[in-house]
Design a protein around this ligand. Structure first.
Ligand code: FES
Length: 136
């Protein structure tokens, strides 16, 4: 039974969930048994503006352990990730990365404070540079 640990996804602190392959009810959140699908099933807030269709980057997560226990990223995911803020070599789209074993993921800094699913405004924190003075 794969375990997925989410390490900075809200005020409750780290949360580890596990599921049995083939037994997770699919509810159209990205690929079946993707990180997003698992997160939604266990009510862990992961933003997914495009509905898990690899058409945005709001589900961007950084894998901190168990990268080999995820499906390989295909060209569509890699192309989409190229447009993500705070990209790392361990970045994945939660809707595309299918869990095959134990993994640990965290949110990138730019969307850590996002008030997910319930609405609210996005706090991009230091992801938005301070405007430079134009000397006026
Ligand atoms: S939810 Fe839009 S790319 Fe994953």
């Amino acid at each position: 039974m794969p375990k997925v640990t989410f390490t900075n996804f809200g005020a409750e602190g780290d949360k580890t969930v596990e599921f049995e392959h083939g037994k997770l009810p699919y509810d159209e959140h990205g690929k079946p048994e993707s990180i997003l699908d698992v997160a939604m099933h266990f009510k862990i807030p992961v933003e997914h503006a495009c509905g898990g269709k690899c058409a945005c980057t709001t589900c961007h997560v950084i894998v901190t352990a168990g990268e080999a226990n995820l499906s390989e990223a295909d060209d569509d995911e890699m192309d989409r990730l190229d447009t993500a803020a705070d990209l790392t070599i361990h970045s994945r789209l939660a809707c595309m990365a299918v869990v095959t074993g134990d993994v640990t993921v965290k949110l990138p800094a730019w969307n850590r404070n996002y008030v997910s699913e319930g609405g609210g405004s996005m706090n991009l924190g230091s992801a938005i540079p301070v405007p430079k003075s134009n000397g006026v």
